[in-house]
Design a protein around this ligand. Structure first.
Ligand code: BTN
Length: 265
């Protein structure tokens, strides 16, 4: 008869087990939004780890109710479906780690493929100087107080020839920074590899994110609905909020809103 093991198995540090291997990858020429597509697919039973990539979105979703637009073939437009497997209260509290991990993984993937290191801006943008390279939108499905699934949506400007007037001052793309053509497929492959590793052990994500967040110790302008103020970004709380010391000396905790780096990092 087998004796009980003397040492208990190590605790699983991953609140989203089963996500260590991402895939399948579903490729679409055209969709309204990869996030919308994958949330609907999740409701119909799509498996955790599924990745959807589109050449073009007709109604791409951005943060704070905005749209996200890119010409066909210019950006890596993708979403990843993750399903929680443990107690809902723990998983709900952990959702921000999934987006932070995606930011870290994409920053490293860009560096590996395009040869430059973008800056992380709170909450989950990648910048080059003060220009935006990548944005992320995480959407969750919660029913009866339980987290059913999380869709992490990512848009990276990869291969752009020029930007429309509304983006020309604020956006950049991998090819424009590196001075050569960059492959969306290579970037996807590098990202999936790195994200899979981080999802398998989220323990160090928060500290890595804090360490690499260009927003910290930077003078920022915070733009909220109906209010804006300036201060120094001092910290990120365990739940992912940004702590900003206002010019009046108060410490304000920002959970949603726009951040502008007032000095390029
Ligand atoms: C932001 O506003 O910065 C977030 C933008 C997120 C855009 C990506 S593109 C792929 C995925 N599908 C969507 O509809 N949105 C995200």
């Amino acid at each position: 008869m087998n004796q009980p093991s003397a040492t208990p198995p190590p605790e699983n540090p991953n609140p989203f087990p089963g996500t260590s291997c991402l895939g399948p990858i579903i490729r679409l020429a055209e969709v309204d939004s990869t996030n919308r597509y994958l949330l609907d697919a999740a409701r119909a039973g799509e498996a955790s780890g599924t990745v959807v990539v589109a050449d073009h979105q007709s109604a791409g979703r951005g943060r704070l109710g905005r749209t996200w637009e890119a010409p066909a073939g210019a950006s890596l437009l993708m979403s990843v479906l993750l399903r929680p497997e443990i107690a809902p209260d723990i998983t709900i509290a952990s959702v921000h780690l999934l987006t932070m991990a995606a930011g870290l993984a994409m920053a490293d993937a860009v560096e590996a493929v395009a040869g430059f290191a973008p800056i992380l801006k709170w909450p989950n943008d990648l910048l080059v100087g003060d220009r935006k390279l990548c944005g992320m939108l995480t959407e969750s499905e919660i029913t009866d107080g339980a987290l059913r699934c999380v869709v992490v949506g990512i848009g990276v400007n990869v291969q752009w020839s020029d930007f429309p007037a509304e983006l020309v001052e604020t956006a950049t793309a991998c090819n424009l920074v590196s001075g050569r053509d960059i492959s969306r497929d290579e970037l996807l492959e590098e990202f999936v590899e790195r994200y899979s590793v981080l999802l398998n052990d989220l323990n160090s994500v928060l500290s890595d994110y804090r360490e690499r967040l260009g927003t910290l110790n930077t003078r920022v302008r915070i733009e909220l609905a109906g209010e804006a103020f300036e201060g120094i970004a001092e910290g990120v709380t365990d739940d992912g909020s940004l702590e900003v010391r206002t010019d009046g000396g108060a410490l304000r905790c920002i959970t949603a809103g726009d951040v502008v780096h007032l000095r390029p990092v």
